[in-house]
Design a binder for this molecule. Sequence first.
Ligand SMILES: Nc1ncnc2c1ncn2[C@@H]1O[C@H](COP(=O)(O)OP(=O)(O)OP(=O)(O)O)[C@@H](O)[C@H]1O
Ligand SMILES: [Mg+2]
Length: 336
Amino acid sequence: MRVLGIETSCDDTGIAIYDSKKGLLINEVYNQRNLHNMYGGVVPELASREHMTAMIFLLKKIFKNKSIAECIDIIAYTAGPGLVGSLLVGATFACSLGLSLNKPVLPVHHMEAHLLSPMLNFKSIKFPFIALLVSGKHTQIIGAYKFGKYEILGNCLDDAAGEAFDKTAKLLGLKYPGGAELSKLACNGIEDYCYFPRPMIHHPSLNFSFSGLKTFAAQKINKCNQSIQEKANIARAFENAVIDVLLIKTKKALKKQKWKRLVIAGGVSANHNLREKSKKMVKKYFNGTVFYSSPEFCTDNGAMIAYLGFLRHKEAKKPQLEILVKPKWSINDLFF
Ligand SMILES: Nc1ncnc2c1ncn2[C@@H]1O[C@H](COP(=O)(O)OP(=O)(O)OP(=O)(O)O)[C@@H](O)[C@H]1O
Ligand SMILES: [Mg+2]
């Protein structure tokens, strides 16, 4: 069975084909970065329009002169959470394609797709596990009991980790989205040059708050001599603070649930230091294992949508007949 996955929740247009026997066959992502970079962040109206053009372009590139109907069996698309206009483009496109080709269409949850994306690399990941979801708009600690049953144990109260990376990167003069660039800059920073606070580490909840770090970074940057070295030092201190907070809370969650498996997913899970430090933490305190995907599956992509569509279809749930978008949709409330 082959699943066509369509992802348009924000500013990446992703189309992929997942084969139940052979695995991932195709994974194409069109990144709108250059378009939004000049505004310093995503402009929702422009993102939706760009998805419309990119979708046709990618589809033609993938299928060329082949019959789409013969290449795929079902279609899965991101129904939420995300930007309503962007979601509508993908949902309308997927449902129209399904109707014209007479193929079943399945709406899927974007964050569940992120959460399960490491399974594209490691099929053997077993439930239950703790998932640290760190992306552009989410920072969540999830108890993953079994496929489709998740509990949010911790959430971000303001800026998500990726958002904090992007905003601090902007203050450092880096391009949008600056998370990866900030991390590169941080590699040249001097360890312990300055110290950033670790917000909410003493709070009993597993919640996060990162917006204060961006203000703290703004003050440090204003006072520094604007040299590349000083900016690198600040980037390093910022990155260390975010990772420390993420791992302190994740450690508490693993301890609370008495579990040994950790999955980290979402764009920020591409961060090298987060990967290294989480591996050490889980080994040292739990003698456990950390799973994360290869970098192309960390940020938004169609592969994770196609894979989740395959899993949902296996569960023999009814395909959806209406065009469904849910811009605000908690992973606690999957309706399948
Ligand atoms: N190496 C890295 N270090 C830190 N942050 C990174 C790195 N690579 C990517 N990011 C960040 O990941 C984020 C993008 O991730 P993703 O595509 O999962 O988010 P999103 O889809 O916009 O948000 P959501 O999934 O919450 O709806 C950006 O904020 C980006 O800066
Ligand atoms: Mg995402």
